[in-house]
Design a protein around this ligand. Structure first.
Ligand code: UDP
Ligand code: MG
Length: 329
C-alpha cells in the first residue's frame, strides 16, 4: 500500500489550520473519465486554496477495467488523491456510503466522475456553506441532456415519492451537493442498509441552500444505470421512506369488502325474488380476475417490504473494502 502525505497547500498557510473539503467520487469502470475529471477539478480546487485544502476520495466500486490503475498513476504527483477499493461492485448508493465513511473533510461533496455534475459551481457551494448552510443542494436548471424517457420517469418518481413520503425530496437535485461534517456524521450513524441517499439527505433536516447548474452530457464512457437499476433504486427510496403503500391496502381492502357485501346483498335479494339467474359468467370471471389481480399486487407490495426487512435484519455490511491508498494519518 503506497502512503502519501496530503498537502495541497501552495502558500504559507499551515496545512493543519486549513479547512479540509472532501470530494467523494464513486467510480465504476471509468478508466477514461479519471483524467478529464482531475483536469477539470484542479483549477477549481486551486481557486479555493489557500483557505480550503481538498482531498479527492475515489471509491472504486469493483471496476473491472483499468480504473484503479488510472487513479493510482495520478496519485504519484497528486498527494490530495485517496483511493478506496471495494471488494466488488456494490452499486453507487453503497459506494457513496463508503465515501461518507472514509471522508475526513469538514465538508463533503459527492460528485460523479463523468463531469455531468458541473464542478465549477463548487466555490459557490462553499460560499453558501461558509454563510451558514449545512447542506447546499445543486439543482439542475434543465434536463435537456436527458432522454425523453429519463425525464418522464424521473418526474414520475419525484411525484410519487413526494406524494407518499412525509419528507419531500427536491426534484432535479441528485447526489451532487455539499454536506457539512455535522450532516455527514448523522448520515453515518443511520444504520439502514437499503437506502437511497438522496432521500436520507432530505430526511436529516438542517439549514439548506441551493445553487443551480446545467447538467452536461457524459464526458467519457457510458452510463451503467439502466432502467431496471433505476427502478430498484426508486423502490428502495420509496419503501425506505414511507409505509403508506402498505396502508393503502387497509383502506382499499375495507372499501372493496363493503362493496362486495352490498353486491352479495343484491344477489341474495334478487335470488329470493327472481330465483337463480344462470347467466353471469362474464361478471363472475371479471370479479375473480379483478380480486385475484388485486390480491397478487398487494402481496407483491408486502413482499417488497419483507425482502427489505430481511436485508436489514441480516445486518451485512453495506460494502466491503479491499484496500485503501493515500494520505494515511
Ligand atoms: N457508479 C458507481 N457504481 C455503480 C454505478 C455507477 O460507483 O455501480 C458511479 C459512476 O462511475 C459515476 C456515478 O456513479 O461516477 C454516476 O453513474 P452514471 O454516470 O452511470 O449514472 P447517471 O449519471 O447516468 O445517473
Ligand atoms: Mg452520469
Amino acid at each position: 500500500m503506497s502512503i502519501v502525505k496530503l498537502n495541497l497547500s501552495t502558500d504559507a498557510t499551515p496545512v493543519e489550520t486549513q479547512t479540509l473539503l472532501t470530494l467523494v467520487v464513486p467510480v465504476y469502470n471509468e478508466e477514461s473519465a479519471i483524467g478529464p475529471f482531475l483536469d477539470a477539478t484542479a483549477t477549481i480546487l486551486e481557486q479555493l486554496a489557500p483557505s480550503l485544502r481538498c482531498e479527492i476520495l475515489f471509491i472504486n466500486d469493483g471496476s473491472r477495467d483499468g480504473t484503479e490503475f488510472a487513479i493510482r498513476s495520478f496519485m504519484h504527483n497528486n498527494p490530495a488523491i485517496r483511493l478506496v477499493n471495494l471488494s466488488r461492485n456494490f452499486g453507487k448508493e453503497a459506494a457513496l456510503c463508503a465515501g461518507l465513511e472514509h471522508a475526513r473533510g469538514a465538508a463533503v461533496i459527492p460528485v460523479d466522475v463523468d463531469l455531468q455534475d458541473d464542478v465549477s459551481i463548487i466555490p459557490d457551494m462553499v460560499d453558501k456553506w461558509r454563510q451558514g448552510a449545512r447542506i447546499v443542494n445543486a439543482r439542475r436548471s434543465d434536463r435537456t441532456s436527458d432522454s425523453w424517457a429519463k425525464r418522464t420517469s424521473a418526474r414520475a418518481f419525484y411525484r410519487a415519492f413526494n406524494a407518499l413520503s412525509d419528507y419531500p425530496m427536491p426534484s432535479d437535485v441528485g447526489d451532487f451537493r455539499l454536506l457539512d461534517r455535522q450532516v455527514v456524521d448523522v448520515l453515518r450513524s443511520m444504520g439502514e442498509r437499503v437506502r437511497l441517499n438522496k432521500a436520507l439527505f432530505s430526511w436529516v433536516g438542517f439549514k439548506t441552500e441551493e445553487v443551480t447548474f446545467a447538467r452536461n452530457a457524459r464526458s467519457r464512457g457510458k452510463t451503467t444505470m439502466n432502467y431496471w437499476r433505476l427502478w430498484g433504486m426508486a423502490l428502495d427510496g420509496i419503501i425506505g421512506s414511507t409505509t403508506k403503500p402498505l396502508r393503502i391496502w387497509t383502506y382499499l381492502g375495507t372499501g372493496l369488502g363493503l362493496l362486495s357485501f352490498l353486491y352479495a346483498a343484491c344477489i341474495f335479494v334478487s335470488t329470493l325474488l327472481f330465483g337463480v339467474d344462470v347467466p353471469g359468467y362474464a361478471s363472475l370471471v371479471l370479479l375473480i380476475l379483478t380480486f385475484g389481480g388485486l390480491n397478487l399486487f398487494a402481496i407483491g407490495i408486502l413482499g417488497e417490504y419483507i425482502g427489505r426487512i430481511l436485508t436489514e435484519v441480516r445486518e451485512r455490511p453495506m460494502f466491503v473494502v479491499r484496500s485503501t491508498y493515500g494520505a494515511e494519518d
